[in-house]
Design a protein around this ligand. Structure first.
Ligand code: DGP
Length: 113
């Protein structure tokens, strides 16, 4: 069964897409935790980083590069932003299709809690 994010990628479910390329689709989170909150999702439905293998090395790099491009386009590159990959239920992962959160536009505390 396709993941929720596969259905967004295939346009079966609507989303506010802000960037896409050969590797990824990036869209606004439905429940934003910051003024800028975008999810960068690889077209390949990898579950999470723990499930990635050496064959996914380029894909993981492309997700990071796309996240930086999204941050530039969203105007938060200069002020700073946070990239988050929740890995597993215990870490807060709720959609089991790898995604990188791009969060910015407000102060972000560390540690995140
Ligand atoms: P995570 O908890 O790391 O697995 O993040 C999943 C995120 O996905 C969460 O912040 C909310 C977002 N999300 C869930 N369903 C939808 C949806 O249908 N559309 C969009 N745009 N985002 C969604």
């Amino acid at each position: 069964m396709p993941t929720l994010f596969e259905k967004i990628i295939s346009r079966d479910i609507p989303a506010d897409i802000v960037y896409e390329d050969e590797w990824v689709v990036a869209f606004r989170d439905i429940n934003p935790q910051a003024p800028v909150h975008v999810l960068v999702v690889p077209r390949k439905p990898l579950v999470n980083v723990a499930e990635a293998g050496p064959e996914d090395a380029e894909l993981l790099g492309r997700v990071m590069l796309a996240a930086a491009e999204v941050a530039r386009r969203e105007g938060v590159a200069a002020s700073g932003y946070r990239l988050v990959l929740n890995n597993g239920e215990g870490a807060g992962q709720s959609v089991f299709h790898l995604h990188c959160h791009v969060l910015g536009g407000r102060g972000l505390r560390w540690p995140p809690g």
